[in-house]
Design a protein around this ligand. Structure first.
Ligand SMILES: *Cc1c(COP(=O)(O)O)cnc(C)c1O
Length: 354
C-alpha cells in the first residue's frame, strides 16, 4: 500500500494556541502543539493517517490498553537551524525500532510511509512550533496502543497510532547523582527490556522513588540475575570512561538499542577515541573509582542527549566523579548536536530534512 502526502487529510485547528506559549521558558514535554496525527488499525489494516486538532481521545472502559498494557512509543526531536530550516535525526531508525517493539507486544507493524510521510506532513504544519532558542527542540512522541475492546486477556484487534508534539527547552538535569541498583530489575532475559513499551517505565517508578527518597536522582540498572553488570541509567543508555576508554554494554534482550548510543559510539570512534562495547561490572567501576581511573559516567538518550553523572552510590558508600578538562561528554555532545541542528558537516547522512 502506498501513501503519499496528498492523501493525508488535514483538519486545521480553528485557533492556534501558539501565542499562549512562552518559548523562552519551556519545560520538557508539557505543552502540546495545535495538531496531532491519528491513524486507526481495524479489520486487519491501517486506515489512512489524518491530521486533526490536538484533542482528547474517547475510549471504552474495556479497551485493552487499560488492562493489558499493549502500548509502545518512540521519542524523537525536530531541530531548527539558523535559516529556519527544520531537521530530524535518523527517523527511519525510530520506525525500525517501533516495529521491533510492535512485534514483541503483538501490535501490528506500521508501514514506513505512514510514519515518515505522516511525520513530514505534521511537522510542515507545526513548523512554527519548533523552538529556536539554544538547546530547545520540538519533542515528538509517536505511539501505538490497543484501542480494541474486551476483558479477554489476548491481543486487541484495534489499535491507534498517534503522533503528538511538544516544544521543549534544553533538558538541564544539573548534577546527577545515581544509585546502583542491587535489588530491583528493569528487565530480564527473554523479557521486554529492548522494547519501548509502557510497562518498562511503570516498573521503574517504584525503585526510582526509593532511590529519590535516599537522595539520588536516578537508578543505574544492573542485570536481573546477578546485579553485577551495569546495564542502563534510568531510561538512558550508559557510558563509562575508565582512563581514556569509553565503555558501554552490548545491547541485548535487556538493554534498549538507543539511537543516541549507537551514534555516539560511531562519532567517538571516528574522533579517534578508544571505544569498548563490552560488559562492565559494578566491581570494575568501584575499583576504578577507588584507584582514580574512573573519569566519567554519563547517560545517553534523545531527550537529554548526554546527561553527565556527578556521583553514584553503592552499598551505602558514595563515590564522586572528577570534573574533566577534556570531558568526553562535552566533546561528544557538541559533535552530535552540531549534526542535529545543522551546524556542522554530517558525513553519516543522519540528518533528515523535514
Ligand atoms: C529511549 C530509551 C533509550 C534511548 O534511546 P534513544 O534512541 O537514544 O533515544 C535508552 N534506554 C531506554 C530504556 C529507553 O527507553
Amino acid at each position: 500500500m502506498n501513501t503519499s502526502l496528498s492523501n493525508i487529510s488535514i483538519e486545521k485547528a480553528k485557533v492556534s494556541k501558539i501565542d499562549q506559549v512562552d518559548f523562552d521558558n519551556l519545560a520538557f514535554g508539557s505543552v502540546y502543539t495545535d495538531h496531532m496525527l491519528v491513524c486507526d488499525y481495524k479489520n486487519g489494516s491501517w486506515d489512512a493517517p489524518k491530521i486533526v486538532p490536538y484533542q482528547p481521545i474517547t475510549l471504552d472502559p474495556s479497551s485493552k490498553i487499560f488492562h493489558y498494557g499493549q502500548s509502545i512509543f518512540e521519542g524523537m526531536k525536530a531541530y531548527k537551524d539558523s535559516n529556519d530550516e527544520a531537521w530530524m535525526f535518523r527517523p527511519l531508525d525510530n520506525l525500525k525500532r517501533l516495529n521491533i517493539s510492535a512485534n514483541r507486544m503483538c501490535i501490528p507493524e506500521l508501514p514506513e510511509e505512514y510514519f515518515i510521510d505522516g511525520l513530514k506532513a505534521l511537522l510542515q504544519l507545526e513548523k512554527d512550533w519548533i523552538p529556536k532558542t539554544a538547546g530547545s527542540s520540538l519533542y515528538i512522541r509517536p505511539f501505538i496502543f490497543a484501542s480494541g475492546n474486551g476483558f479477554h486477556a489476548s491481543p486487541a484487534d484495534e489499535y491507534k497510532f498517534i503522533i503528538a508534539c511538544a516544544p521543549s527547552g534544553a533538558y538541564f538535569s544539573g548534577k546527577v547523582s545515581v544509585l546502583i541498583e542491587e535489588t530491583y530489575s528493569r528487565s530480564a532475559n527473554g523479557g521486554v527490556g529492548y522494547a519501548k513499551t509502557g510497562g518498562n517505565y511503570a516498573g521503574q517508578f517504584y525503585p526510582t522513588q526509593l532511590a529519590v527518597e535516599k537522595g539520588y536522582n536516578q537508578v543505574i540498572w544492573t542485570d536481573d540475575n546477578t546485579h553485577e553488570y551495569i546495564e542502563e541509567a534510568g531510561a538512558m543508555n550508559i557510558f563509562i570512561r575508565i582512563n581514556d576508554t569509553l565503555i558501554t554494554g552490548p545491547t541485548s534482550d535487556r538493554i534498549l538499542d538507543g539511537i543516541t548510543r549507537k551514534s555516539l559510539i560511531q562519532i567517538a570512534e571516528d574522533e579517534g577515541l578508544e571505544v569498548a562495547v563490552r560488559k562492565i561490572t559494578v566491581t570494575e567501576v568501584i575499583k576504578a573509582a577507588e584507584n582514580g581511573s574512573l573519569k566519567e559516567m554519563f547517560g545517553a538518550g534523545t531527550a537529554a542527549v548526554i546527561s553527565p553523572i556527578a556521583s553514584f552510590g553503592y552499598k551505602g558508600t558514595d563515590y564522586d566523579l572528577p570534573t574533566m578538562e577534556d570531558s568526553y561528554a562535552v566533546k561528544l555532545k557538541k559533535l552530535i548536536t552540531d549534526i542535529q541542528y545543522n551546524r556542522g558537516e554530517d558525513k553519516y547522512g543522519w540528518r533528515f530534512k523535514v
